[in-house]
Write a protein that binds this ligand. Structure first.
Ligand code: PEP
Length: 246
């Protein structure tokens, strides 16, 4: 749609060895129609950067998480400068697994988004409702509150939104393309309240059991500018299948 960029993004989560990483970048294809981003675990970022360079393929690199501070006494954390130093251009922020297992809330997400934008990294901001919230018809309320929280006092629209309903992540129960489109249109209406016409150029990706078979349906929708993929991104062949349809 218009000048919206289309993305197919891999979130490997806590998976893959060094050897498997090398193999993935040998096998993967890329396309000029879509921006391909791979987000390996932190320890594999630099080798991944070298493998991508070696391959000559137009694949971009992203972190799965980042810290909000410049540097200092934060054991186990990764800064925006470190991500940039090893070749990252993108970073996933506020993934539901981090919200669940690392107690990340919207105000922390907001700090990380600000820090990433300042560093020139493109944040991929994840939002999404639980099954319970969906069943009690709270989806729109939850998403609006996550958007207002994550984007509080942010002027730049140089970010990507990933709509990832929690009930669809890793469950095989993907949202239908129609439901995802309807929700994406709602997300864009909230972004319009916040950013005016600039919201038209923000890419909104779908995530949640997206795979080779259902990707084509998402790609036809006017407000779905790509997919954020977990499980189906681990095999180069199935990830390629998704790159081809977008
Ligand atoms: C994710 O966790 O970002 C995701 C979309 O996972 P999956 O594709 O495995 O549902």
């Amino acid at each position: 749609q218009g000048d919206r960029q289309t993305y197919v993004i891999a979130n490997w989560k806590m998976n893959k060895t060094l050897a498997e990483t090398a193999e993935f970048f040998q096998e993967i294809n890329s396309s000029n129609d879509v921006t391909v981003v791979v987000c390996p675990p932190a320890q594999l970022l630099y080798p991944a950067h070298l493998f991508i360079k070696q391959s000559g393929k137009p694949v971009h690199l992203g972190g799965q998480n980042v810290h909000w501070a410049d540097k200092g006494a934060y054991t186990g954390e990764t800064s925006t400068a470190m991500l940039k130093d090893v070749g990252c251009e993108y970073v996933i922020i506020g993934h539901s697994e981090r919200r669940q297992y690392a107690s990340e809330d919207d105000s922390l997400v907001n700090m990380k988004v600000k820090q990433s934008l300042m560093a020139g990294l493109t944040p991929i901001i994840c939002i999404g409702e639980t099954l319970e919230q969906k069943n009690s018809l709270q989806t729109e309320e939850v998403l609006a509150s996550q958007l207002f929280g994550a984007l509080n006092k942010i002027d730049s629209s140089h970010f990507i939104i990933a709509y990832e309903p929690i009930w669809a992540i890793g469950t095989g129960q993907s949202a239908t393309a129609e439901l995802a489109q309807q929700t994406h249109a709602y997300i864009r209406s909230v972004l319009k309240q916040m950013f005016g016409e600039k919201a038209e150029s923000i890419s909104i990706l779908y995530g949640g059991s997206a795979n080779q078979s259902n990707a084509a349906e998402y790609s036809k929708m006017p407000d779905i500018e790509g997919v954020l993929v977990g499980g189906a991104s681990l095999k180069a062949k199935s990830f390629d299948g998704m790159i081809k349809v977008f």
